[in-house]
Design a protein around this ligand. Sequence first.
Ligand code: FES
Length: 100
Amino acid sequence: MTHRLYLCHGPSCSARGALATRQALDTALWEAGLLDTVELQSSGCQDHCDHGPNLLVYPGACRYAGVTPERAAAIVARHVRDGVPVEEWLATPAMRRGTR
Ligand code: FES
């Protein structure tokens, strides 16, 4: 495996559309021919509930916030396939639950 992806399926991220994001990730990985080299897993809460759906990408780790289906496809293409994290969609420390 070259990458491991953990998409939050906690209650907030699920309410914010994690299932559609999961489907978009599956499709993007398949279209990019990466199903054999990338592991996609569901995770529990990642403590950034107000900004989900949240996606952790290893190695890194990089945490993405607000991962819509459109962003999911772009993250697969730009970060996972091309190796360039999408800086503008990375979570910030202030997004962590309990830091406000
Ligand atoms: S439910 Fe996804 S970060 Fe808490």
